[in-house]
Structures are given as C-alpha cells and as structure tokens.
Design a protein around this ligand. Structure first.
Ligand code: URP
Ligand code: ZN
Ligand code: ZN
Length: 469
C-alpha cells in the first residue's frame, strides 16, 4: 500500500470546475488540491511516495455507471460478463464504481435475491460496486421488505411495465411500490414500455413471417415507450414519489419527462451510449448481424439521437449509464435465429461509456464539465454515493482517471476487455483514451496495463437520492 500519491500537472475536471491543479492522495482518499506550481504543491512532491505525471492529461473522477447487469439471467441464458470480467472491463474504461441490479425471482423474497447477488459478486470485483433491486413480484411481503432494503443501503428499485410473465408489474403493483418508496425514501426506476401491447405486436409480426432482428425495433414502438413513460409519471404523481426512467431512447418519451420536469416534479431520465450513437440501421444489418443490437428499449431511427443529446444539454436527461448486458453473438444472440423475440435483450458497453461520451465533447455536443456531470457526479448524487464518489474533492475516495484527450483509438472486440465476442462500435474511431486509473488510491490501470485484482472492489451501501428536497 502506497502512502502518499501525488497526481501532478494535469487539468482537473469536475462537474463544477476545470483547474490546473495537483492532487494529493492519502490513505485512499483525496487529501488536498493545490494550484500546479504553487509552493504547497511543490512541497508535496518532496514527501510523496509516488508521483503520477499527468502533464497534458485530464484528471477526472472515476466514472459511475449506475446501470449494469453482470451475470444476469435473461431469455434462458446469462449475460456473458460476470463480476470479475465486467468490473475489470469497467476499470479499463475509466469507470470505478458500478451499480448492478440484483434480481428478485418470482415467488422468492427480495432478501433471497440480494443474497444471491452478494454471493455472485463477493471477492470478485476489481472496482467498487453497489446494488439496485429488480422487483419481479410486488406483494405484501416484498413491499415490507423495501423498507429494510433502504435501511441497509439498497435504496432504488427497478420496476417494469415490459416483459409480461417475467419482470412485469401491473399498474396497481407499481403504485403500491411507489407509495412505499414515497414513505421510505427509495427511488423507483422504471423500464417504461407497454409490454402487454408489445407482446400482441410480436405475435402478429411472427405470424406474418417477420422474424428478423429489425422487427424487434418495429414492434417496440416509440408510442409504447412514450405511453408507459407518461403513465408511470402519473402514477408517481399520485403516489407522491420520485421517479427515474431508465434507458430512455425515444424523443417522445423524453418529451414526457421534460414536461414533468417543467412542472417541477421529481422525475429524472437516463439514456445510454447506444441510443446516442447507434440506430435502427444497425438492427437492420443483414445475416442476423442485427441481433448484436437487440436491446430494450430498442434502438431508434437516427433522428432521436439529436433529441437525446439536446436533452443531455438541457438537463431533461441527467445521467448516461450503459445498461451493460452483454450476450455473445455465437451461442447466445443466436438463440433468436428465426424468431427475434428469442434474442436475449442487451448490449455491451461498460468499457466504452467514458470514451463515447468524451467523443460528444470532441464533437461539440456537450462540454467537458457536462461530460463529468452526466457520467460521474450526477449518477453518484442520484443514487446516494456523493461526494464519496463522482468528484475530486478533499475527503472523496481517490477514484481518479488520468485521461489522454488527444490519443486516437479504434474500438474493436479484438482489443476490448469485456467478455463478449463482438463490439457494437467495431471500427469506430474515437479521440481520447483512459491511460491510468486509481480506485481508492490503488492503481488498477497503470499506463494501459491492468494492475488491479479481483477482490479489491468493495460493496458500498448507499444513501438515498440526493436530489430530493
Ligand atoms: O435490453 C436490455 N436492456 N437488457 C437488460 C434488461 C433491461 O431491461 O435493462
Ligand atoms: Zn430495462
Ligand atoms: Zn438494464
């Protein structure tokens, strides 16, 4: 264990500031910042055990990815990254905290689901992690358990208006869960698509012989995302509860969130890199290649991307997470050859998020500080982790990324570290790359070499959402 580390000569970027400063790390935490070249900073250099030269680099907080599915059961298989491979890949991509979804199985308790996810993750993670809870079976017993979960640091619950028979909850169940969270301080996260109507359209499409991956996008209509978003916002209003809508992909759904926010409601929205960079053109790729892009909510026509970037600029969307849920093309996505509804839903991305969003900076879509806000600070605040995570300030965990803003890279499955046999961004040129990563002061990536280890990552019980008054 190195005592004092000095990160020297970089441009420190947080959601609030950009300053040329040296950062002193002691015992895994940020001890102090001082202007580069100031007498204070120079005296630290004399006593530091280790100096990391950040000249020409950005020094940013480690990314906080608030939406991942590691070792996640779906469609008769499991997502291909487990907690060891997924957290290692996250570190490579400059993410130092992730919040994964523990799953309640139907007929079982929340406790049971949470225990299972602790067993899957314990001693396997390279970076720090926390849990949300997926509610698959809202009943008297599980509603009571929600209070206990909030008290022990699992302060957000995902509900689904999609996937009837699997994760689906009806409006009554959703309302009850929202009422309970209005009382206990929890935050309901909503997968908003009208799954009952979608299942009708799936059945009709298959009956007409429309079996290719592109029909996944066609049946999961924009209007059915917008409708479910509208409906669940109204349910949240009735319950007096806050609402966080996950993986928003459609302009019309975003408009529902924007309208609610204009009314002053505690409604929040998350989008993901796949909706900012990919489209239905990818779902229509021939030879079943479109299966690589099957996720829900689905990719949308290109025009929606502009609306989502705008939403990020105007703060109608607050967070970009990955919804990392990888399935290999061979053996997993292939389960849906001849029937798009059997393609496991989900895409990889935990390693690419910080770079793809930085590309938004390079292309002039968002500012550098907004990049850090949507990828680090706001997810930390939204889910009760700030200022331990998401910023660079005295007392915060020393989760730091030395980021080279000028390095050029080409994304490829050949070179990525996620345990999946394809990249949805194959061949994409990006400017900017993670060079070095510290997690609580420990080097986990050192000049493009993995130096971390499974078991370094700690489970973090979370506080409640920090945006609620
Ligand atoms: O396609 C997706 N998003 N798979 C993961 C499960 C979910 O709904 O987030
Ligand atoms: Zn979802
Ligand atoms: Zn998800």
């Amino acid at each position: 264990m190195v005592g004092r580390t000095l990160v020297r000569g970089g441009l420190v970027i947080t959601a609030a500031d950009e300053i040329h400063a040296d950062v002193l790390v002691e015992d895994g935490r940020i001890a102090a910042l001082a202007a580069h070249g100031s007498p204070g900073a120079d005296s630290w250099a004399e006593s530091a055990d280790r100096i990391l030269d950040a000249t020409g680099k950005y020094v940013i907080p480690g990314g906080v990815d608030a939406h991942t599915h590691l070792d996640f059961p779906f469609g008769g298989t499991f997502s291909s990254d487990n907690f060891e491979t997924g957290t290692r890949a996250a570190a490579w991509g400059g993410t130092t905290t992730l919040i994964d979804f523990a799953v309640q199985s139907r007929g079982k308790s929340l406790r049971d689901g949470l225990d299972t996810w602790h067993a899957k993750s314990d001693a396997r993670c390279a970076i720090d992690y926390a849990f949300h809870m997926i509610l698959s079976d809202v009943n008297e017993h599980t509603l009571k358990e929600l209070d206990l979960l909030v008290a022990e640091g699992v302060t957000s619950f995902k509900l689904f208006t999609a996937y009837p028979g699997v994760f689906y909850s009806d409006d009554g169940q959703i309302l009850r869960a929202m009422q309970r969270s209005a009382d206990n301080g929890g935050l309901v996260m909503m997968h908003a698509e009208n799954g009952i109507a979608i299942d009708v359209l799936v059945e009709q499409a298959l009956a007409e012989g429309k079996t290719d991956p592109r029909y996944h996008g066609e049946v999961r209509r924009v209007l059915l995302e917008a409708e479910a978003t509208h409906r669940t916002i109204q349910l949240a209003r009735v319950a007096g509860a806050p609402l966080y809508v996950v993986h928003v992909s459609a302009e019309e759904a975003l408009a529902e969130i924007a309208q609610a926010r204009d009314k002053g409601l505690n409604v929040f929205g998350e989008t993901c890199p796949q909706y900012l960079f990919l489209s239905t053109d990818n779902l229509a790729e021939p030879d079943f290649e479109g299966a690589k892009y099957v996720c829900s909510t689905p990719l949308r026509p290109r025009e929606h991307q502009e609306a989502l970037w705008r939403g990020l600029r105007t703060n109608d969307l607050q967070v970009v997470s990955t919804d990392h849920c990888p399935f290999c093309f061979q053996g997993q996505k292939e389960l849906g050859r001849g029937d798009f509804s059997k393609i496991p839903n989900g895409m990889p991305g935990v390693e690419n998020r910080m770079d793809l969003l930085h590309q938004g900076v390079v292309e002039g879509r968002i500012s550098r500080r907004r990049w850090i806000e949507i990828a680090c600070a706001t997810p930390a605040r939204m889910f009760g982790l700030y200022p331990k995570k998401g910023t660079i300030a005295p007392g915060a965990d020393a989760d730091l990324v030395l980021y080279d803003p000028t390095a050029e890279q080409i994304v490829s499955a050949e070179t990525h570290h996620m345990n999946v046999d394809y990249s949805p961004y194959e061949g994409k040129r990006l400017t900017g790359r993670v060079e070095t990563v510290l997690s609580r002061g420990e080097l986990v990536i050192d000049r493009r070499e993995f130096t971390g280890h499974a078991g370094h990552g700690q489970y973090i019980p979370r506080g409640t959402c920090q945006y609620l008054i």
